[in-house]
Design a protein around this ligand. Structure first.
Ligand code: ZN
Length: 737
C-alpha cells in the first residue's frame, strides 16, 4: 500500500497545479441564478444545468450552464447572470491564485489545498510523531482501489469505555476546504494535548476519529489532468455515459425518498443503484458500527456557512431536538466568535429544503448526534475558497469542535433564555432566568438545582436552592448585595442518575454598584422614537399569528407598547424596518445595561429576522442580539443585555430594534416592546461597608446588629449571603475594618 501511495504522490504532485477541466466545459459558462422556488431548481436540473452548491436552495446560486440553458432559463423567467464565459480561464485563474499561495507559504501546510497523497502523508506524520496519542488506520477501499484513511486520537491508556466523536470530510469531491478542516482538527487536538489542559482532559475521556477524505477517487478526479474541478460524486462506473454516485444520498435513511434525490446516473444527486451500494458508505458504516459510544458526528462540506442538524429528510422534529439545537447553537456561537463570520443553525428543511439519504441523518438514526457543517464561503466563489481563507476557516472550525467537546462533557446544559446582565444593584434582587436541560437524555432533578453566591474572590460562599418554574426552567435570585466587591456565582445541579454539573466552570462575575437609571421608557406616553414601516406606538389588539402566537392585547405594564404592526403580523418580503431610540448621553457611565419587556414572534433566521443593535455616535451599528431560532413568545419576557462595550462613556448612544428582512411566506406577529430601561452603575465601596458611606466602621456593625436574625430574600446586611444576618456577617465587617 505504501508503495502505491508514494507512486501516486510522485505523479500527482507534479500535476497538481495543472489545468483539469479545460476541454470538458468547452461551450459552458458559470452563472449566478436567482432561484425563487424549488420548481425552478427542478427545471434547471431537467435542462442539464449543474448547481455548484452542496445543497441547492432558493436565492442566488452558482451554476454551470451552456449558453442554450441560460437562454432557456431566461425564457422560463429565471433570472440568470453569466459571471464567467470561459471556464478554462476560470480554472487557470484559480490555479494561479493557488500557485502563488503555495509559493508564499503563509499558513504552512495550510497555505493551499492538498491532494489525497499529501493528506495521507500528513496524517501518517502526525501519527509517527505522536505514537502514544494517534494512529492511522484504513477505513476501506474505493472503486478505483484507493485506501480511505482515518486517524484515531486519544490520551494514552485503555480507550475501550471512552466516548467517541467522528469528524469526516469530503463525501463531495470538489469541496476542498472540507478536507483541510479535519486535518487541522487532528493536528491541533494532538498539539493541544501537550499544552492545553482542557484538550488533554477531553482526550482523557474521549476518542476522536477523523476521516478527512471519505471520497478519495472523486477528490483526486478534481485535481487530475483530464479530471473535473466541479466533480461532486464518487467514481462508480455506471456502465453508461455518466459516472458516480452522490455518497451523501446513499445512506439508509429515507434512501431515494425524492427530496433532493435523483435516480438518473447523470445527476449530481444520483442516489446509487441501491442503499449502501458504494464501497465508501459501506466502509464508513462498518467503521461506525465498530465504535461503541459514538456520541457526536460532524460531516464537513462546503459551502454556505450552515450548521445543519437532524432531521434532513423530514419536518418531524427529532425527539431530542432541544439538545440537538443547543449543541448546534453552541457550535454556531463558537464559529462566530473567532472571526465574526455569520453561520446559521437549522435543519436542512428549515434552511434550504429536505434531503434524503444523508450521512448526518443516518448517524443520528443510530443514536449519535449527527451534523453537517457547510463551511465558508456563504456564496461566490463557492467551493473555490481563496487559499488565504483556509487557516481562518480551520481556526473557527476548531473553536466549533471544542464547543462540541465541552458540550458533551457536560451532563446538563445551562443557558440564560432572557439574557445575562453584568452588574447588580445593591439592595435589590435581580431575577435571572436559567434553563437547565439534560445534554444527553436522562432528566434533571430540579430539587438539586442551586446557586452558589459569594462576594468577591475570597468571600464566604452561600448556597440557595433555585425556584423551579417547570420544564427545566428556573428562577435564580441574584442578590444586589451591598457596597463592595463583585457578586460571583455558579450553579450546581444533578441529573436523576446522580451526575453532577457545575456551571460555569469558573465563576460568573457580576459587578455590584449603585444602579443609575439613565432612561426609563414605560410606553405610557409615546416616546416619539424614529420609526420605519409599520413600527408604531399604541395598544396591540391581539392580532396576527398566522404562525407562532398572536400579538398581546396590552403592554407588560399599562396598555401601550412600541410594536411592529399593532394590528397583526409583519409583512412578507420585508426589508429591514427600524425602530430607533436615542440619543442618550452616557458620558462618565459604566456597566451600561439595556433591559426591556419583550413579546416577540418571528420565524427562524434563514427566513425572517428580529435584531437589536446599538451604536455610539456615528460608529457602525453593533448587533446585541438576533434570533438564532424561531421565537414564539406567548407572554411578556423580561430581557437584559450587557451593552457596556458600546455604550459606556458614549456621549450619544442609539438603540435600534429591527423587524426583517423576511421571506415570501409564513408571517408572524413580530416585535412588541415595553418598559425599556437603560441603566448604568458605579462600582464603589469596600467589603463590609454595609451602609455605603465609604467607610467600614462601627456604623456598619450597628446596622448589622439592628437587623440581626433570619433574612427573607435579599438583605443588604447579609454580606455573607446565607439568608441569616448573624455573626459571620459581623466577622466580615471586622475583618475589613
Ligand atoms: Zn457537500
Amino acid at each position: 500500500m505504501i508503495t502505491t501511495i508514494l507512486t501516486t504522490a510522485t505523479i500527482l504532485c507534479s500535476q497538481i497545479l495543472g489545468s483539469p477541466t479545460i476541454d470538458r466545459y468547452e461551450g459552458w459558462v458559470m452563472a449566478n441564478v436567482e432561484i425563487e422556488c424549488p420548481e425552478d431548481i427542478e427545471y434547471l436540473r431537467d435542462i442539464g444545468a449543474r448547481s455548484l452548491a452542496c445543497y441547492d436552495h432558493p436565492g442566488q446560486t452558482q451554476m454551470l450552464m451552456t449558453e442554450k440553458m441560460v437562454e432557456n432559463a431566461r425564457l422560463h423567467r429565471i433570472e440568470t447572470k453569466i459571471t464567467e464565459r470561459d471556464i478554462a480561464n476560470y480554472i487557470k485563474k484559480i490555479d494561479q491564485i493557488r500557485g502563488e499561495a503555495r509559493t508564499a507559504g503563509v499558513g504552512g501546510w495550510y497555505s493551499d489545498f492538498k491532494t489525497w497523497p499529501e493528506v495521507n502523508q500528513q496524517l501518517q506524520q502526525l501519527a509517527n510523531n505522536n505514537p502514544k496519542l494517534a494512529s492511522v488506520f484504513e477505513v476501506g477501499i474505493t472503486h478505483e482501489g484507493r485506501a480511505i484513511r482515518g486517524i484515531r486520537i486519544t490520551s494514552p491508556g485503555d480507550a475501550t469505555n471512552r466516548k467517541r466523536i467522528l469528524f469526516n470530510g469530503c463525501q463531495h469531491a470538489r469541496e476542498w476546504i472540507a478536507v483541510m478542516v479535519p486535518v487541522y482538527i487532528a493536528e491541533h487536538l494532538i498539539e493541544g494535548w501537550y499544552n492545553n489542559a482542557e484538550i488533554q482532559s477531553f482526550l482523557d475521556t474521549t476518542e476522536v476519529i477523523i476521516v478527512p477524505i471519505v471520497n478519495p477517487d472523486g477528490y483526486e478526479f478534481t485535481y487530475a489532468v483530464g479530471g473535473d474541478r466541479f466533480w461532486r460524486k464518487n467514481r462508480r462506473n455506471n456502465s453508461g455515459s455518466c459516472e458516480g454516485v452522490d455518497l451523501n444520498r446513499n445512506w439508509d435513511i429515507d434512501w431515494n425518498g425524492g427530496d433532493s434525490t435523483s435516480t438518473s446516473t447523470c445527476s449530481d444527486i444520483y442516489v446509487g443503484p441501491s442503499v449502501f451500494s458504494e464501497p465508501e458508505t459501506q466502509a464508513m458504516r462498518t467503521l461506525i458500527e465498530s465504535l461503541p459510544n459514538l456520541v457526536t458526528h460532524i460531516d464537513f462540506h462546503s459551502y454556505s456557512q450552515l450548521i445543519l442538524k437532524a432531521w434532513g429528510y423530514t419536518s418531524t422534529p427529532h425527539p431530542d431536538d432541544n439538545i440537538i439545537q443547543a449543541l448546534g447553537v453552541a457550535m454556531h456561537d463558537a464559529y462566530q466568535s473567532v472571526h465574526g463570520e455569520q453561520y446559521t443553525v437549522g435543519t436542512p428543511g428549515d434552511i434550504l429544503y429536505y434531503a434524503d439519504g444523508t450521512f448526518q441523518d443516518w448517524t443520528t438514526s443510530i443514536g449519535t448526534l449527527g451534523y453537517t457543517i457547510e463551511l465558508r464561503p456563504t456564496g461566490s466563489p463557492g467551493f473555490d475558497l481563496p487559499p488565504s481563507e483556509i487557516v481562518p476557516t480551520c481556526e473557527e472550525s476548531f473553536e466549533g469542535i471544542l464547543a462540541m467537546m465541552r458540550f458533551i462533557s457536560n451532563p446538563v446544559t445551562v443557558s440564560f433564555p432572557n439574557g445575562l446582565i453584568s452588574f447588580v444593584t445593591p439592595g435589590e434582587m435581580h431575577v435571572l432566568h436559567v434553563s437547565m436541560q439534560p445534554t444527553f437524555g436522562g432528566e434533571v432533578d430540579p430539587t438539586t438545582a442551586k446557586i452558589h453566591i459569594r462576594y468577591g474572590e475570597t468571600g464566604v460562599e452561600g448556597t440557595v436552592p433555585l425556584e423551579h418554574t417547570g420544564n427545566g426552567l428556573f428562577k435564580a435570585n441574584i442578590p444586589g448585595s451591598f457596597c463592595g466587591l463583585s457578586t460571583e456565582f455558579w450553579f450546581e445541579v444533578e441529573t436523576t442518575t446522580g451526575q453532577n454539573q457545575r456551571y460555569p466552570a469558573g465563576n460568573a462575575v457580576l459587578n455590584v454598584g449603585a444602579a443609575q437609571l439613565v432612561e426609563e421608557i414605560t410606553m405610557d406616553q409615546n416616546p416619539n422614537w424614529s420609526t420605519d414601516g409599520l413600527w408604531s406606538w399604541g395598544q396591540p389588539i391581539g392580532g396576527g399569528g398566522q404562525y407562532g402566537n398572536p400579538d398581546p392585547t396590552s403592554g407588560a405594564t399599562g396598555n401601550n407598547v412600541m410594536g411592529y404592526n399593532l394590528n397583526g403580523d409583519y409583512e412578507s418580503n420585508l426589508s429591514e424596518k427600524h425602530l430607533v431610540a436615542g440619543p442618550y448621553n452616557l458620558s462618565g457611565n459604566q456597566n451600561t445595561q439595556l433591559q426591556f419587556s419583550r413579546y416577540l414572534n418571528v420565524e427562524q433566521p434563514m427566513y425572517d429576522h428580529a435584531t437589536i443593535s446599538v451604536k455610539s455616535g456615528n460608529d457602525s451599528w453593533q448587533t446585541v442580539w438576533t434570533n438564532l431560532s424561531e421565537i414564539t413568545d406567548d407572554q411578556w419576557q423580561a430581557v437584559s443585555y450587557d451593552i457596556s462595550t458600546v455604550a459606556d462613556n458614549s456621549p450619544e448612544l442609539w438603540v435600534r430594534w429591527t423587524m426583517g428582512s423576511t421571506d415570501s411566506a409564513w408571517q408572524y406577529s413580530g416585535w412588541n416592546i415595553d418598559d425599556v430601561y437603560i441603566s448604568t452603575s458605579i462600582e464603589s465601596g469596600m467589603v463590609g461597608d454595609v451602609n455605603c458611606d465609604g467607610l467600614v466602621s462601627v456604623e456598619d456593625v450597628l446596622t448589622i446588629i439592628s437587623s440581626w436574625g433570619p433574612c427573607e430574600g435579599v438583605c443588604a446586611e447579609d454580606i455573607v449571603p446565607d439568608q441569616n444576618i448573624n455573626v459571620s456577617d459581623l466577622l466580615l465587617v471586622i475583618a475589613n475594618w
